[in-house]
Ligand binder design. Structure first.
Ligand code: ATP
Ligand code: MG
Length: 340
């Protein structure tokens, strides 16, 4: 059994990334370690080039992201942690997969619609092909399970279709060249919303600084952002979730996820509260308690770029050893290059 996840080194990683993804990477790693399975994690620098970005900063953001992952508990001795750009098998597989990817499907992707609308200059073909590169990431490793936030459901469905279509078109006789992976979604905090615009997901590459809690924010900043979170003007205030209560629902989800309770339990526990202030203070305290140790470890790790590079080099070697034979089989089946 193989678990696989990727994370972008765009901007700074936030509470949504932590609650929706990173902390599940760590539990996935521990489970895989205990059962003799494999957990693979990738910092996807090639994906980060699909929107406007500063080349002079990309390596630094990659180190930031790797240091956050290590600080959160990923351990290169227990899992494979590599940088996407170090494994050329993946972009090559991406091209092969484009032959079984429908243009119309890519056109329907919510993420493409949202991100292309935000681009001021160029909507790159890379942004359009983002889901195919993501499919190649996972499929190159024949991963079984892909822990992701709720925003990635559509990309996971497409990835499954691509794998199935590839197998049908090139495998013949029911031969499974590419494993069809399953998405694994959190039951709580699968989609953390922006604190200022609770109808939008918290995001690294868009959204406001005030509405985004960064993993590396100082405790005072976390407190300020949560205290200023948009709620609603219900009178009296009602601490409950609901479609008409995006801001309050988000705060309940955050508090539930950071205190290992269900949203229902949080609602019950805060039933006697007089206003939204209690909910905000409780959420700020819980977020800070969770992130403080990660920030401390991050500060220790981030300074040593040579150590980060050597960890990534080991990861890349292990990753290529898995991806190369899968790519070779895909090429062979497609008739690309010499006879095997
Ligand atoms: P961008 O908005 O630029 O795509 P991002 O914030 O989505 O950036 P990614 O690196 O693309 O960051 O995502 C890493 C992981 O975090 C993915 O599994 C994604 O599903 C998850 N994730 C992203 N945003 C949220 C969120 N607001 N709540 C829960 N999970 C999230
Ligand atoms: Mg994303």
């Amino acid at each position: 059994m193989r678990v696989y996840s990727g994370i972008q080194p765009t901007g700074r990683k936030h509470l949504g990334n932590y609650l929706g993804a990173i902390r599940h990477y760590v539990t996935g790693q521990e489970q895989a370690w205990a059962t003799g399975d494999e957990a693979i994690f990738c910092v996807v620098d090639l994906h980060a080039t699909t929107v406007a970005y500063d080349p002079a900063e990309l390596r630094d953001r990659t180190y930031d992201t790797v240091a956050i992952l290590l600080a959160a508990g990923l351990d290169p001795a227990k899992s494979i942690l590599y940088r996407q750009g170090d494994v050329p098998e993946v972009p090559e597989l991406t091209w092969l997969l484009t032959s079984v990817t429908a243009h119309g499907d890519l056109n329907r992707m919510h993420q493409f619609k949202e991100k292309s609308a935000q681009q001021r200059e160029l909507v790159s073909a890379g942004l359009f092909l983002y889901p195919v590169l993501m499919a190649a990431d996972v499929l190159a490793f024949r991963a079984d399970r892909v822990p992701v936030g709720d925003d990635q459901r559509q990309h996971i469905e497409l990835m499954r279709d691509i794998a199935e279509r590839f197998n049908t078109r090139f495998g013949g006789e029911g031969r499974e060249i590419l494993r069809v992976p399953e998405g694994v979604y959190p039951t709580v905090a699968a989609r953390i919303m922006d604190l200022q615009q609770p109808e939008k997901k918290m995001s690294t590459s868009s959204g406001s600084i005030e509405g985004t809690v960064y993993v590396l924010d100082e405790p005072k900043a976390v407190e300020k952002k949560l205290k200023r979170a948009v709620t609603d003007s219900a009178n009296p205030p009602e601490i409950r979730r609901g479609p008409d209560k995006a801001g309050v629902s988000n705060l309940i989800d955050i508090l539930a996820a950071t205190t290992d309770r269900t949203p229902d339990e949080v609602e019950a526990d805060l039933a006697g509260a007089r206003g939204y202030g209690d909910l905000k203070v409780a959420a700020a305290d819980a977020v800070n308690a969770l992130l403080a140790p990660i920030r401390e470890r991050y500060a220790d790790l981030r300074g040593d770029e040579a150590a980060i590079e050597s960890a990534l080099a080991i990861g890349a070697e292990k990753a290529r050893a898995i991806a190369a034979p899968v790519l070779a089989e895909a090429r062979e089946a497609m008739g690309v290059g010499p006879r095997a």
